[in-house]
Ligand binder design. Structure first.
Ligand code: PLP
Length: 491
């Protein structure tokens, strides 16, 4: 299996090259030449543990890794850092199914990929005979930052630098990052929103002059954002795990399609579901759920992508994104895998903030919907009243979009809501939604109240960050990312 750039003219690279470099030199994203089909029947795969399933699925994409290497990576990643041996458990509450992807060390679905990426990257560096130090440069809308810091802390031969939007993350998300341990970790608060941070980081990545100075200093950049194919591939695994859990719980017979509703920002999570379907997983619809930053809802309804709109700070900050980078990989499919056409559209996006594709060419598998802030709060209230289940705001957005879709479509398929974060990351928003607003209480008190409401213990990692000392205080202006990187690395 080789990889191509979404903006390229056909040159290919190996999987380990794609993981190590993160992004193509032409600014495009690496995509597999074709989506691999599963050779084994679903019944056989359904008997595997999560780790074994990961090896089976990743092996189809990462063909220059040996089975032993993938086994070692999966074993090191999916261990007791997760608070359940199932790794990605399926919860049934009333008539609703939630795939809980927040049982890892940092309490968001980013752990599913970022606990294995450092191992894949180390392997890739050996295969590529890398003689430089890797600098992981990452922009975060809240959860990627902490998950990447945790994954790469104290990994030999790696420095990690995370930029988070100064006023765009929840207080617990911020605490998680600024208390991070590890001498190779660097955290910077940047002025502006996530889109600004992501743009700055992408510019640094693709600047040839910066690359040359990095080379001279013995460094190279890689990415822990979902533009890295090494993030996407591990995410395909849990869609299979979810499907098998649904069959086991007798929610569907083996082979019948199910729908997934995915709270979406950068389009990485839902794209992994699309790849899972391409591999042969029985998927009906993929419901792309947005908050008030509903650029993707409009895109799936009209074919027009228009980022020229007001940016809202919402209670689901990890989805406060207007320039959704992984959509480029879907656009590549829509354009018939024509790199020139993709480069054209992405040029229009960066210059005019918008582009349009022919609506009839949009894959019918996708449905776009969104939830306003009021609807999100009402969803949290409703599911709690119905089933005693406390959803985090991102999950609530997805639940709400699923309900809207069911009402509009008369679909008979069973839908699984992808639950991307633990409610403990957003106690304040949840307490307000439940009509018990926190009045100047400490984070500790709020977290204890979530525990009482949900009848679940406060996760150990939350206790830890609430009392840990602040270790990172760097800040930079909107255009200061490059300077910050230079000063951290001593370039
Ligand atoms: C990152 C994130 C999302 C969005 O996922 P994408 O892959 O960027 O679409 C949704 N919810 C939470 C909690 C997240 O951390």
């Amino acid at each position: 299996m080789q990889y191509k750039s979404t903006r390229g003219t056909g040159e290919t690279v190996s999987p380990s090259y794609a993981i190590l470099h993160g992004i193509a030199e032409d600014g495009g994203l690496f995509v597999p030449e074709e989506i691999p089909r599963l050779a084994k029947p679903l019944e056989e795969l359904s008997a595997l543990s999560y780790q074994q399933l990961a090896v089976e699925i990743m092996g189809k994409f990462l063909t220059d890794f040996t089975r032993e290497e993938l086994e070692a990576c999966a074993k090191a990643a999916y261990d007791s850092k997760f608070d359940t041996p199932q790794i990605a458990p399926l919860a049934k509450c009333g008539d609703h199914y939630f795939l809980e992807l927040f049982h890892g060390a940092t309490l968001a679905f980013k752990d599913m990929a970022l606990s294995i990426l450092p191992h894949l990257l180390k392997c890739s560096a050996q295969k590529q005979k890398l003689d430089k130090k890797i600098v992981i440069l990452t922009a975060t809308s809240g959860d990627t930052g902490k998950a990447a810091l945790e994954g790469f802390a104290n990994v030999e031969g790696v420095e990690i630098i995370v930029f988070y939007p100064k006023d765009g993350v929840s207080p617990i998300q911020k605490r998680q990052m600024v208390t991070q341990k590890g001498d190779n970790t660097h955290v910077v608060a940047i002025e502006g929103n996530f889109d600004d941070a992501q743009r700055s980081v992408k510019e640094i990545f693709t600047d040839p002059a910066v690359a040359a100075r990095m080379r001279d200093a013995g460094y190279m950049f890689s990415s822990a954002n979902s533009i890295n194919i090494g993030r996407l591939v591990p995410q395909v695994v849990y869609y299979f795990a979810a499907y098998f859990a649904m069959v086991e719980q007798k929610a569907v017979p083996m082979g019948a399609p199910i729908d997934f509703c995915v709270p979406t920002g950068n389009f990485g999570n839902i794209l992994a579901a699309y790849y899972a379907k391409g591999m042969g997983l029985p998927v009906g619809k993929l419901l792309c759920a947005s908050n008030s930053n509903n650029v993707l809802t409009d895109f799936f309804q009209t074919g027009e992508y228009n980022a020229n709109r007001e940016f809202y700070l919402t209670m689901s900050p990890s989805m406060d994104i207007l320039v959704s980078s992984n959509l480029e990989r879907l656009i590549y499919e829509i354009c018939g895998r024509d790199g020139g056409a993709v480069a054209d559209l992405m040029g229009q996006l960066s210059q005019q903030g918008q582009y349009k594709v022919n609506a009839p060419e949009l894959p019918q598998i996708f449905y776009g919907g969104y939830a306003s802030e009021e609807e999100t709060a009402a969803a949290i209230r409703e599911v709690y009243a119905q089933a005693g289940y406390v959803m985090d705001p991102h999950t609530a957005v997805a639940w709400c979009v699923k309900e809207k879709y069911l009402a509009a479509s008369s679909s008979a398929a069973t839908a699984v809501v992808i639950s991307t974060a633990s409610p403990y990351k957003f106690p304040q928003s949840i307490l307000s939604a439940l009509g018990e607003p926190a009045m100047g209480e400490s984070e500790q008190t709020m977290v204890d109240r979530i525990s009482a409401l949900s009848h679940t213990p406060v996760p150990a990692s939350v206790k830890e960050v609430l009392s840990a000392p602040v270790r990172h205080r760097l800040e930079c202006g909107r255009d200061g990312a490059l300077q910050a990187v230079e000063s951290i690395l001593g370039l």
